[in-house]
Design a protein around this ligand. Structure first.
Ligand SMILES: Cc1ncc(COP(=O)(O)O)c(C=O)c1O
Length: 439
């Protein structure tokens, strides 16, 4: 058996990881191809999560790899402030072609967290340019995840991501989350119950006054807190309340962007037009860090004022539109198109949902939510919260040869869109074996 285990694990402070436990029993991934990872001890591990919701085209795909190699040889880096390179413009054009309506411009970042903070800053800049600089409040939602920047954790709704880090942005309020087990348990797709929860926005607006609110930000499907599909009609209702009070609506599509729900964006699937979409991850199938914000024409137009030699928005990153990330994204979008992966995801959705729902026969499975090619499976907690989830993650990787994601005692699945029906069967078997093994 080949091994590829580093001698010293001490120096790397691992993100969102139980460091001490990991370093006692490391789960090291050494290689990846298509639907599989290779563990340090040479096992083939099926990827049940597209890495971290990123690798929608599967792993180490040749056209993407070549594009990155060529970019590194041709143009390793170009400054994005006051200069540009061809692929950045080509990619922005390709992305706006996929987005609905007049979402016409793209501001590139390097991650979802940066995309979120950028969207919040664009909202503030927009209102100031429109002469309504008093609109500074943001409304997020409980159980929302918007990355780990100070803006993102402020509008986010995950207690452990917030409680350690002080007062954050002030002036933020939150909508209630949309999950209710007694009304929605074991629903395939969008639940019937819950559209009325959007009306809480009216109460929040009444409390603060619309004139103080810049934007509402939500994930159309909350991914990181366990796959919560939007109730039927909920997003439409939020949109119409935002319209009524002239408040911007931001969809954080860092997870839902690029095919996860069987369309380019969740905005396309639900036919609801946000004012901004944040994206990252699957834009280049996770190969090179990249994120961005797609903005409606009115936002860009409002800011294109002042003397023409002057910078219009004092914001940007050294690596915005990095040549390697752009080349990888152009190749990835071509692959999504030539292999029809968004349509394929849509075509597989019912098969996926039915297969995943068979897990409800396991007595310790308390609820399953499934939408697009994603699923959240709630496990019966053990004596302390998080133990069942942690044991499932360890067992699945070490014994069942599948990579899953956990949040608390919930398993989240989001395999690459290249999977076929056999892979679905294998994933369900391995998850079933895992759950049965830990109780
Ligand atoms: C909806 C959403 N927004 C933002 C982020 C943050 O992205 P990143 O980890 O690239 O900063 C994530 C990451 O999972 C996410 O799911």
């Amino acid at each position: 058996m080949s091994t590829n285990l580093p001698n010293n694990l001490d120096a790397f402070w691992m993100p969102f990881t139980a460091n001490r436990s990991f370093k006692k029993n490391p789960r090291i991934i050494s290689a990846a191809k298509d639907m599989h990872y290779t563990s340090h001890d040479g096992r083939q591990i099926i990827d049940g999560t597209s890495g971290l919701w990123c690798c929608n085209a599967g792993h180490a795909r040749e056209p993407i790899v070549s594009a990155i190699q060529n970019a590194a040889l041709t143009l390793d880096y170009a400054p994005p402030f006051q200069f540009g390179h061809p692929d950045a413009f080509k990619l922005a054009t390709r992305i706006v072609e996929l987005a609905p309506g007049d979402l016409n411009q793209v501001f590139f970042t390097n991650s979802g967290s940066e995309a979120v903070d950028t969207a919040l800053k664009i909202a503030l800049a927009y209102w100031r340019a429109k002469g309504e600089g008093q609109r500074t409040r943001f409304i997020g939602r409980e159980r929302g995840y918007h990355g780990v920047g100070f803006g993102g954790i402020s509008v986010g709704g995950i207690v452990s991501n917030r409680k350690t880090f002080g007062p954050m942005l002030n002036g933020v309020d939150h909508l209630p989350h949309t999950y209710n087990r007694s009304e929605q348990a074991f629903t395939k797709g969008e639940p019937e119950w819950g559209a009325h929860l959007a009306d809480n926005l009216e109460q929040i607006i009444a409390l603060h006054d619309a004139s103080t609110i810049a934007a509402v930000i939500i994930e159309p499907m909350a991914g990181s807190t366990g796959v919560l599909p939007p109730p039927k009609g909920y997003l439409e209702r939020l949109r119409s309340i935002c319209d009524k009070h002239n408040i911007l609506l931001i969809f954080d599509e860092v997870i839902t962007g690029f095919g996860r729900l069987g369309s380019a964006f969740a905005a396309n699937r639900y036919n609801v037009q946000p004012d901004m979409i944040t994206f990252a991850k699957a834009v280049n199938s996770g190969t090179v860090p990249m994120g961005g914000v797609i903005t409606r024409a009115k936002l860009y137009d409002a800011l294109m004022t002042g003397p023409e030699h002057m910078v219009e928005l004092f914001h940007g990153y050294t690596y915005s539109a990095h040549p390697l990330a752009c080349a990888a994204a152009l190749a990835t979008l071509s692959l999504y198109k030539s292999e029809g992966l968004f349509e394929k995801a849509k075509g597989l959705e019912n098969t996926w949902a039915s297969a995943i729902m068979t897990l409800q026969n396991i007595p310790q499975v308390q609820d399953i939510r499934v939408v697009g090619l994603a699923a959240g499976i709630d496990l019966l907690p053990k004596d302390k919260p998080g133990i069942s989830g942690f044991e499932a993650m360890e067992h699945s990787f070490n014994k069942a040869d599948i990579l899953i994601r956990i949040t608390g005692d919930t398993i989240a699945l989001s395999p690459p869109l290249i999977m076929d029906e056999n892979h679905i069967g294998e994933i369900v078997d391995k998850v079933s074996q895992t759950i049965r093994a830990i109780y």
